[in-house]
Ligand binder design. Structure first.
Ligand SMILES: Nc1nc2c(ncn2[C@@H]2O[C@H](COP(=O)(O)OP(=O)(O)OP(=O)(O)O)[C@@H](O)[C@H]2O)c(=O)[nH]1
Ligand SMILES: [Mg+2]
Length: 207
């Protein structure tokens, strides 16, 4: 896979991972490698620059988790914590200087870069591309967005009554890609690790 020039990565890590317990799932080790490291390494096959969105107090541990990676990394710190994933996407996208961003949550360690290649092809000329899963759910935290347009929509939506990520799409031209249309994308790409049990189950599969 080769790097896409107009694409930057955004990793969302600003949540409090309450279902995970005391620890921050972003830096929790999955089979010896921090989850966020796995996500960044996978993004690095389609882009050479990544923005990490997190809270200020997470930065040091995340920096340690990513040390030695040769991806250009920048941090976009939440000015106000706990404003939800839409706020995190907005803060991350504000820091992007390329036209498009591949946004992915830090708890999706099996993210398949092939997905981003396909979504990018569909997103070009539009404001983004997002997968609709077979159950009808939109996979908004593993998607491509046009950085300036979606950042603006995030800000506007946060000021409205409906702060769901999908509400931000109302004023945008985001392409829907049906899950069935994806070609050769790993089945585990959308799996998220939310609890210690999820982590154990994922680790067992990697043994
Ligand atoms: N910046 C920011 N990111 C968030 C926030 N809430 C969730 N996220 C991110 O959005 C992604 C998906 O959210 P969740 O899986 O619910 O993660 P979480 O909120 O940390 O975990 P729970 O507390 O267990 O729900 C994760 O990558 C989180 O880091 C938030 O309030 N601010
Ligand atoms: Mg949450």
């Amino acid at each position: 896979m080769t790097s896409i020039d107009s694409l930057e990565g955004v990793v969302l890590a600003g949540g409090y991972s309450t279902r995970f317990g005391e620890a921050d799932k972003a830096v929790a080790e999955l089979a010896g490698t921090p989850m966020i490291r796995r996500v960044v390494d996978r993004l690095a096959t389609v882009t050479d620059a990544v923005v990490i969105n997190c809270r200020d107090e997470q930065r040091e541990a995340i920096r340690d988790a990513l040390s030695g990676s040769d991806v250009d990394r920048r941090y976009a710190i939440d000015p106000v914590p706990d404003r939800g994933p839409l706020a995190g996407i907005g803060v991350g996208l504000e820091a992007v200087d390329r036209e498009y961003a591949a946004v992915v949550a830090c708890d999706m360690p099996f993210v398949d870069p092939a997905l981003f290649e396909q979504l990018y092809e569909r997103a070009r000329g539009h404001d983004g591309a997002v997968v609709r899963l077979e159950d009808g759910w939109y996979q908004t935290t593993q998607a491509i967005y046009r950085a300036d347009r979606m950042a603006h929509a995030c800000t506007e939506t946060l000021e409205s009554d409906d702060t769901r990520i999908l509400a931000a799409f109302d004023t945008l031209d985001v392409i829907t890609v049906e899950e069935a249309e994806l070609e050769d994308v790993s089945e585990t790409t959308f799996e998220s690790v939310d609890t210690p049990d999820d982590l154990q189950a994922a680790a067992r599969r990697l043994e």
